[in-house]
Design a protein around this ligand. Structure first.
Ligand code: GLY
Length: 468
């Protein structure tokens, strides 16, 4: 079968690879040339991916049997509606249901009206006067969020991005005066995780959990980014997320899918809940209406044994065969190589020399994002996330070490977060949750219920992370 992939980043590269493993053909509609997609695709239209008419025309001309939309902007622009109008089964919601991502206000209104669990306290001021009143009364610390799409970079958190209520109000007003809509939300403490699920008329089908690293610099410092990397655990949970926590988050996704249906909004695609695990359980930070980037790279790497083409066709047609949900039981770590200064002032234009074969030989996968081909083994950096290295192993810290070793085969100037998936980072996050949940309890050993068989021994100096 032939599939249209809309979008030209590393997530779309991962989608195309998963389809290729199912022996499907891929054609691509994107504004940019992606060296990874160019290698795989049998045809490539250089079009504005948000232009539904042009994308549908290309899809028809290519005789595709299905389409999958990668990024959020084409979903918000109604490209899925244009493809469905052209009778092409499509993975991705139409414009109306995609508002669950493209309008945070729509999302919170819907979930509140339908009584969905796991929501934080929030408010949406409509005028600058209301912003001032809210800034004086909303419990601090709080978070200011533009309601619309911001590529993961618009959320400002008190204590990290602004100091006090007055500064938060200035940011909120700047959004309003530019014609945007804005939300205040309570700032919660905990650890973030992503739960993506295929959603159709017939149900909700969850994928392995992933933790994304949004800040540009190690130790979760620096500016917000689209995501510097991510990890997933062998048992499809996370070191700090129990089966009960996962079930509570899944309940939020299921209730939200039901809320969309109850409002008459069909959703056939990927619903991705960004959660914060707090002492009181998971709270929903936001919904996205697509595979996460980088989270999609983790889960798609694990999808090897099932037939991805059949799975996606089921999603697009509204009936999923649950036996096709076959994610291997391995840990994965994604680290993005980004242009120097990314997260602030990114320096585009530099060259990276990548020995892809040597990296693949070490069991690490190379996925291309914001780069263009620049001759044999070389790519030129754009302004965004450039190249993703995806390692897998039986434990998260081992997958992280594999990616670190693969960096020896990349020459050139780039930034990367070395801390993603290290034992030290995993221990810090586990301990953070333990302290939140039982602040006065004596620390015990990290539970071994999800330990891989070949566990490294614990020592006093290095925390026991066999669960990873
Ligand atoms: N990882 C964040 C996103 O995909 O929006």
């Amino acid at each position: 079968m032939r599939w249209l992939v809309v979008g030209g980043g590393a997530r779309e590269h991962a989608i195309a690879l998963a389809l290729g493993r199912a022996e499907a053909e891929v054609v691509v509609a994107s504004a940019n040339a992606n060296p990874g997609l160019d290698r795989l695709a049998v045809a490539h239209a250089r079009v504005d991916p948000n232009d539904g008419a042009k994308v549908a025309q290309f899809a028809r001309a290519q005789g595709v049997g299905g389409a999958v939309i990668g990024p959020e902007a084409p979903l918000a622009a109604g490209v899925a509606d244009a493809l469905r109008a052209a009778r092409i089964p499509t993975v991705g919601p139409g414009r109306a249901a995609a508002q669950i991502e493209s309008s945070k206000r729509f999302c919170r209104d819907l979930l509140q009206r339908r009584g969905v669990s796991g929501q934080p306290r929030w408010a949406a001021p409509s005028t600058v006067e209301e912003v001032d009143r809210l800034a004086a009364s909303f419990p601090q610390p709080f978070v200011v969020k533009p309601s619309g799409l911001t590529a993961g970079k618009g959320v400002w958190v008190q204590g990290a991005d602004f100091a006090d209520a007055k500064e938060g109000a200035i940011y909120a007003k700047s959004i309003l005066v530019q014609g945007g809509s804005v939300l205040f939300e309570e700032k919660l403490e905990g650890e973030e995780f992503s739960l993506m699920a295929f959603v159709t008329d017939s149900g909700v089908y969850p994928m392995p959990l992933v933790q994304d690293f949004k800040r540009a610099l190690e130790g979760d410092r620096g500016g917000n980014t689209g995501g510097m990397g991510s990890y997933s655990q062998r048992d499809h949970l996370l070191p700090f997320v129990s089966p009960e926590d996962r079930d509570a988050a899944l309940k939020v996704v299921e209730e939200s899918a039901a809320a969309l249906r109850a409002d008459g909004l069909e959703f056939r695609g990927v619903l991705y809940g960004g959660f914060l695990l707090t002492a009181e359980g998971p709270r929903l930070l936001e919904f996205n209406a697509r595979f996460g980037d980088p989270e999609g790279l983790n889960v798609l790497t694990l999808y090897e044994e099932g037939d991805f083409s059949d799975l996606l066709l089921g999603v697009a047609n509204g009936t999923v065969d649950p036996t096709l949900l076959q994610f291997r039981r391995r840990a994965t770590v994604v680290k993005y190589l980004v242009p120097p200064g990314y997260g602030g002032r990114a320096q585009a234009g530099g060259l990276l020399t990548i020995d892809e074969q040597a990296i693949e030989n070490d069991g690490v996968h190379v996925l291309y994002g914001s780069v263009e081909a620049a001759g044999a083994g070389q790519v030129r950096l754009g302004t965004s996330r450039a190249v993703a290295l995806v390692g897998e192993a039986s434990a998260i810290h081992e997958a992280s070490a594999r990616v670190e070793a693969a960096l020896a085969h990349v020459a050139g100037a780039y930034d990367v977060r070395h801390d993603i998936g290290t034992r030290e980072d995993l221990a810090k996050r586990w301990e953070h949750l333990r302290r939140l949940r039982a602040p006065n309890a004596k620390p015990g050993p990290i539970p071994l219920s999800v330990a891989p068989p070949a566990a490294p021994p614990s020592s006093a100096a290095a925390p026991d992370l066999r669960l990873s």
